[in-house]
Design a protein around this ligand. Sequence first.
Ligand code: CP
Length: 355
Amino acid sequence: MISYGGSSDPFFKGRHLITLQDFTKEEIDVMLDLARELKLKFYRGEPTPLLLYKVLFLIFFDESTRTRNSMQAGIAQLGGQGIFLTPDKMQIAHGESARDTAIILSRFGDGIGIRHCTFGVGNRYMRAIAANSRAPVMNLQDDYYHPFQVLADLMTIQERFGRDLKGLKVTISWAYAKSHLKPLSVPQSQILLFTRYGMEVTLAYPEKFDLMPEIVEQARKNAEDHGGKLNIVHDMDEAFKDADVVIPKNWGGFFVLGNAKELMEMDPAEAMKILKENEKVIWEETERYKNWIADERRMNLTKKHSIYMHALPADRGREVVDSVIDGPHSVVFDEAENRIHTAKAVMALLMGGRS
Ligand code: CP
């Protein structure tokens, strides 16, 4: 029998997970306790039929390796089934509304997971689905948040440094990459969650590559409330110095044009148009920071026992050199593995926990 642990009286069944901000720290601890328990049972080969015959719909507007497969394999290991959907194969492609989609899928099944990272659109869509779904809605990454990633990150950090993370020096740094404008959701979710665990978070990025101002403000408040810290610097070396954990990763220069607040508030189509028209300017600015790379010299600035993390996929040779991501500090594959254990815990609690 899997216990939910803890001394509180948490309830989970039927709740949506759009952001971990909507869950108390105690509830997040319950998720992690269950993830650890499920991990042990997975290693022991013990069955964990917590979601027998339950159905989870997985709508992916964007590509995925870890998230999709951790959810789909995870629900199968819990005795249920995941149905993978893409909007081009649904009536979403012909304009069916979020409301109608949510009502139908939640009458058919027991949960809906969505990935929708389009800037200015994803989170609004997620919330529109949640508002109309009678089954729990799980955010599998949008333009604001990536709760499943950061839960696995926290589990991985606790495996290395213990449960009490107060005062742990964690650096979340921008790194150069050259593919597409990557969402802000990973670093944003990290600064929000890690400050709640009392960590001393340093956020580093070249000037202009800001995160969303209201998220940074919320992270500062989290730090104040939980005895953590949030420092912002614009120098990667300074950020790496004496760090226990470094998480260098690229994110898009959505606010390079200097109009963060207006962009977030305007009609999404208009915001996208402005970003598209100015893509050249954004990439020119990005090119100035090719030296923001996780290399051995920088890793030598960190503490001896430090760990290197990355949500993956990594842009090898740009964000990080091979000798670091494949080197002794790297825990990226443990971090990726923990995606399935945390995914199973969250699904079990939201889709099958007691109410
Ligand atoms: N880290 C992460 O979310 O990976 P995928 O994009 O492969 O799902």
